[in-house]
Design a binder for this molecule. Structure first.
Ligand SMILES: [Zn+2]
Length: 397
């Protein structure tokens, strides 16, 4: 099975012809330089930009209410109120995590995302039901969509007896990483909470991904503790902090020192560039210090946020805007955060537009990456191993 895609633009702005064979990129050559093949299927890529698959490094497959009745959000500003609301409301609103995860996976694929790290709630009210549903959905889409799952004790880890045992069960059942949330602000016991997270990670030989919303000095203190534990347990390169809002609100010297610490501990950061939070970390400051930064949609139309479409090109645009990016090279950086950097976090093998890699890619109507990020074209074709699996917002099952 051979296919030639003619005259597409790659990231360098130059036009190429690509030969796909047996699901891989067999040859990539400047337009007109590829040897002609009469047996191959021919496709004209004129006017299209070819991108590697988008990667959503921070999602919540078990939370989305996509396609369900609108959730009337009358909640107050407190994190604790929103956590309790979701824990108690899941059953009442009939949120089936398997069905909903399937909807968000199909939505993601239709927009060109083929890999995701999703947190999944583990708590004493819902037990492992969210994880069981998401594991079933992961299995169903395994051939075209890579999913990594974080066991996420959103209601608290050490502050709610019975949660650590459920986390152990979740890791045995198939969760890939140990999650956590605001060890000081939610668990009220930073040393106990971080100690428990790292002890689970060491025991099960798993990575860690912690939601850190804590602001200012409180967030900085927690971050230092997490970095200490990361180094002490030899988990450099396997720990992620999601959001790390405190970095955006601290004075420059303090933020720089923490960034250096993150770099030394090999801690990676996921960010969403949301407009409705007071501060976000500067992605350039982190990247310049050697810290990998990845993009994630986080909440998509759920009890936490009425916003979100599941589109990682739109997410790149939001990250770019929140970081004050206008120059082409900065918009390219925003897209890199939502593609290559996420692939690095998820350790995806054979990712990218290179000969012998799996022919996974998307085609969008744009002249270059900057235009793609700024305009967010909806006209897209998504390919997995050379096969068209989504077109213009529709997943082709
Ligand atoms: Zn989250």
């Amino acid at each position: 099975m051979e296919k030639i895609i003619y005259n597409v633009t790659l990231a360098d702005g130059i036009r190429y012809d690509l030969l796909l064979r047996n699901g891989q990129f067999a040859a990539i050559a400047k337009t007109g330089k590829l040897e002609n093949s009469s047996t191959a299927e021919h496709m004209d890529g004129t006017g299209c930009l070819l991108l590697p698959p988008l990667v959503d490094a921070h999602a919540h497959l078990d939370k989305t209410m996509l396609g369900m009745k609108w959730f009337h959000n009358n909640l107050g500003p407190l994190l604790s109120e929103r956590i309790a609301n979701e824990r108690e409301s899941r059953r009442k609103v009939g949120l089936d995590s398997c069905i909903q995860a399937g909807k968000l996976i199909e939505r993601s694929i239709s927009m060109g995302t083929l890999a995701m790290r999703s947190h999944v709630d583990i708590d004493t009210a819902n037990g492992l039901s969210c994880l069981e549903g998401v594991l079933e959905a992961r299995e169903r889409y395994r051939d075209c969509f890579y999913t990594e799952l974080v066991a996420f004790p959103q209601s608290g880890l050490v502050s709610r007896p019975g949660t650590i045992e459920l986390m152990e069960e979740a890791l045995r059942l198939g969760a890939d990483l140990v999650g956590g949330i605001d060890p000081a602000a939610v668990d009220r016991d930073p040393k106990g909470s971080i100690g428990a997270i790292f002890s689970l990670a060491e025991h099960f030989d798993k990575g860690v991904d912690i939601h850190l919303h804590e602001p200012g000095e409180l967030g900085a203190f927690t971050m230092e503790l997490i970095a200490d534990h990361t180094i002490a347990s030899g988990l450099q390169g396997r720990v992620t902090l999601s959001h790390a809002f405190c970095l955006g609100s601290l004075e420059e010297r303090r933020a720089n020192a923490l960034t250096e610490l993150l770099s030394d501990a090999g801690i990676q950061i996921t960010t969403g560039g949301q407009a409705y939070v007071p501060a976000v970390p500067s992605v350039k400051q982190l990247l310049n210090a050697g810290v990998n930064v990845c993009g994630g949609n986080d909440n998509v139309r759920d009890m936490w946020s009425p916003y979100g479409t599941g589109d990682m090109i739109e997410r790149a645009q939001l990250i770019a805007m929140r970081n004050g990016f206008r120059r082409d090279e900065d918009l390219e950086l925003a897209l890199k955060i939502c593609t290559e950097n996420g692939a690095k976090l998820l350790q995806l093998e054979g990712y990218g537009i290179s000969e012998d890699n799996s022919a996974d890619f998307l085609l969008v109507r744009a002249d270059n990456i900057a235009e793609c990020v700024a305009a967010g074209p909806r006209e897209r074709q998504v390919f997995k191993a050379g096969v068209l699996i989504a077109e213009n917002g529709k997943y082709l099952s």
